[in-house]
Design a protein around this ligand. Structure first.
Ligand code: NAG
Ligand code: NAG
Ligand code: NAG
Ligand code: NAG
Length: 465
């Protein structure tokens, strides 16, 4: 027994010794590794040609902000004098190939740009970020004759946005002042072209947004959408002088599914102009004036076909405009205007707040035609404020009357700033009026339509299907 005990004691002693040694050796090895690491680390700091790889930045593909193509990095000077057209074209070309890219026009610089075409198709979600100023060439006489149609031509883009706190300046002064001059003295004033450019024109754009920017002093129309769909205009401001000729704010043509909202438009012509081939247009929360109000047309010029439908214009404030809510057609055209609502329009000193003119004419006398663009289903609802000349003027075609024209809750009083007012006039216009109606002449204006009249009118809309 005694021997056995001393044996097991010896055994446990050996075990303890073994563990102690192995622990010490592990610690020693650990500290060796630490030393090695430390040495290596220090060495790499001292050595200029370390074998350690420098971490590479993530490729642009992973940049959640998208890639930025700043025109300054493409050679733009931004001094407002040098021609920066090539730089913006180069930046566009690069950005066009990258999904979610941004072409940047930086703040505090002015870029003089000749007429250019920014062309798609591009990768989706391209943005033109305008924080600085884009300037059109100031001299009308030196404008390239081949591009009188527009200054900035943006075509075939999809899922594209223009935004920023910057300004697009068409520098139209030379064009406006020369316009009458040119017509009268054409023979010896050849330097100024007869046609004038639109500032920004979209052709065949799908899902385009224009927001936050300012567009000013265009030679002609400021912002135009042609042959496009899925358009959103939000929080922009447009301005040019009251006496600048034909300076429409926003012009729509052959364009569908549009929302124009929360914007300020002050120009020499229509704040918003809706032309042939437009449908599903929603215009709301706009401050308009000075200018010519919000118009459909002129439609059917030179005996052309015109189709406009499903238009809502609402929550508009108009100040010092010539017209308010207006539809104008030329005699001799064909086609149809239908389902149009003008609602909640506040007018201040507007000469003709409510107007349909089917005798639109740019000369003193135009020939009477029996053909006309048919108008049916137009609601004027909650239109109130002050007028300068005539509260309601509905002049429909002699041959085909306007049908389903409704005047509801119209409260217009003569503006103290003017005199010589005219009574409400409705010619060949059928529909309902509902109170309150002010002045009272509105109440007797419309005729009530029988089924025959409506059928005649409707039989003329085949062109649009
Ligand atoms: C473009 O935008 C529309 C509407 O927001 C969307 O339905 C469509 O999927 C987008 N297309 C691309 C290619 O991103
Ligand atoms: C509207 O645009 C202005 C000018 O770019 C900007 O400062 C403002 O934040 C925008 N407002 C909204 C609601 O987007
Ligand atoms: C009239 O147009 C509006 C706006 O586009 C649309 O929502 C509505 O369905 C149209 N009504 C008819 C009867 O077509
Ligand atoms: C055209 O018709 C209108 C309305 O009937 C009439 O007032 C005008 O005198 C006519 N114009 C011409 C040139 O015949």
């Amino acid at each position: 027994m005694k021997r056995n005990r001393s044996f097991s004691l010896l055994l446990s002693l050996l075990v303890i010794v073994f563990f102690t040694f192995s622990t010490i050796s592990v610690e020693a090895r650990k500290s060796n590794i630490k030393n090695e690491l430390h040495k290596h680390h220090k060495g790499s700091h001292r050595s200029s040609h370390s074998p350690c790889p420098v971490p590479t930045p993530l490729p642009p593909h992973y940049d959640p902000q998208g890639s930025i193509f700043d025109v300054l990095s493409f050679g733009a000077k931004g001094n407002g004098v040098s021609d920066d057209s090539e730089a913006i074209l180069a930046a566009w070309k690069g950005a066009c190939k990258v999904s979610g890219a941004i072409v940047k026009i930086p703040a505090q610089f002015k870029f003089l740009i000749k007429p250019i075409t920014l062309q798609g198709p591009c990768m989706p979600d391209l943005t033109l970020q305008i924080d600085g100023t884009l300037l059109a060439p100031p001299e009308a006489s030196s404008w390239p004759q081949s591009s009188l149609f527009q200054w900035l031509n943006i075509k075939w883009v999809q899922n594209f946005t223009i935004k920023g706190s910057g300004t697009v300046d068409g520098q139209g002064y030379n064009w406006w002042s020369s316009s009458e001059f040119y017509d009268i003295q054409k023979s010896y004033s050849k330097k100024i072209p007869g046609m004038k450019p639109t500032a920004i024109r979209f052709y065949s754009g799908n899902f385009v947004t224009v927001r936050d920017i300012r567009i000013i002093n265009s030679p002609l129309c400021h912002l135009k959408f042609d042959n496009s769909k899925g358009i959103k205009v939000d929080n922009i401001s447009i301005s040019s002088p009251e006496n600048s000729p034909n300076t429409d704010g926003i012009h729509l043509q052959n364009t569908h599914d549009v929302e124009i909202q929360r914007s300020i438009i002050a120009t020499g012509d229509d704040c918003v102009s809706i032309q042939t081939g437009c449908s599903n247009i929603h215009v709301h929360h706009i401050n308009c004036g000075p200018g010519h109000g919000i118009s459909l047309g002129g439609l059917g010029k030179d005996k052309s076909a015109a189709c406009v439908s499903d238009i809502i214009v609402e929550d508009i404030s108009m100040k010092n405009t010539l017209y308010g809510a207006r539809i104008k057609t030329w005699q001799g055209g064909i086609g149809m205007v239908k389902n149009v609502t003008f609602s909640r329009i506040q007018v201040y000193d507007v000469m003709f707040p409510i107007m349909i003119d089917q005798y639109y004419c740019d000369k003193q006398i135009c020939k009477n035609h029996s053909r006309t663009v048919v108008i049916s289903g137009v609601k004027f609802d909650q239109i109130s404020g002050t007028y300068g000349m005539q509260p309601v003027h509905l002049a429909c075609s002699n041959s085909i009357p306007c049908t389903d024209v409704d005047l509801t809750d119209i409260q217009l009083s003569p503006s103290p700033k003017y005199r010589g007012f005219k009574q409400a006039v409705c010619w060949n216009s059928y529909g309902k009026s509902q109170g309150p109606l002010l002045p009272l002449s509105i109440d007797y204006c419309l005729r009530s339509a029988g089924g025959l009249i409506k059928r005649i009118a409707r039989s003329h809309d085949r062109v649009c299907y």
